[in-house]
Each structure stands twice: as C-alpha cells, then as structure tokens.
Design a protein around this ligand. Sequence first.
Ligand code: FES
Length: 160
Amino acid sequence: MTFSPELEAKFAKMIENYPPGRQKGALIPMLLYAQDEVGAVTGEVIDEIGRRLNVSRVEIEEVLGYYTMLTREPRGKYHLQICTNISCMLTGGEELFEHACKKLGVGNKGKTPDGRFSVEEVECLGACSWAPAMQVNYDFHYHMTPEKLDQLIDSLRKLQ
Ligand code: FES
C-alpha cells in the first residue's frame, strides 16, 4: 500500500526523526495522518504501518482500542465529538449530546445515511474551562448550547 506523495514524504521524515529501534514512537501520528487520508484505519493501513514500524497488528489494535480519535469505521464528513465528562456534564454536555443525536437521527457513533454527519460521545477534550465543549473534526466549539449546536449543524449542512 502506498499513500499520497505528500503523506509518504511526511512519513519518511517522521520515521527518520526517531533513533533506530525507536521508530514505533511514530505510530500514533502515522495512524492519524493515514486515517485523515484514507477515511479510517483499515486493515490495510494497519498492516502497512505495522510493517514500516515493525509493530504487530495486536499492538496496533491495542492503540486503536484506547484512543477514541482513531477509528476502524469511516466517520461522517463532519464528525461531532461531544464531551460528557464531569465539567461538561455539569454544564449541559449530556443534553447537548442527546440533542445532537435527536437532530441528526443517529445514536452514539452513528452516521447519517448521507454520510455527512457522525456523532460520538467522548471523554474530556481538555477544554473544561469552556464547558460544555465539543469538536467538529479538529475544530473546537466552546460554551455550547442546543441552540448553538443547531446553528452549527445548519451552517455545516450548507457547505459542500
Ligand atoms: S470535561 Fe468536557 S472538556 Fe473537560
């Protein structure tokens, strides 16, 4: 398997930044970049990155099981991650998550039939001071309310 020339160049630079025998330190960023390009961490991606870093499939599966930002299944074009951990829970995070699911007609980790939106309940996003917080892909949104969420989803629906 090969990736785009740009990603191949990035991978080569990342791997050479680690001393011999320590290249597995590049595993998580490589998985994230591959996921962004391919749409998910597929079996083919696992095998290819594992081969390049000399990391077993089992080790990679363990990483995938721990880090929620990595996924085996393709997500929606706009992936909504809504925090329901303590600070967000106390400021309406659970209601926000339920509102998003209801508005989009999906459950946790569900995806709309058109593939445009997916929703996931997540642990702390590190934005507790601005709770309730959520992310759309890599963009953070703070002090969210159901009304602000409606506006956000409606504005995303207008995009290509
Ligand atoms: S608890 Fe939600 S961002 Fe920390």
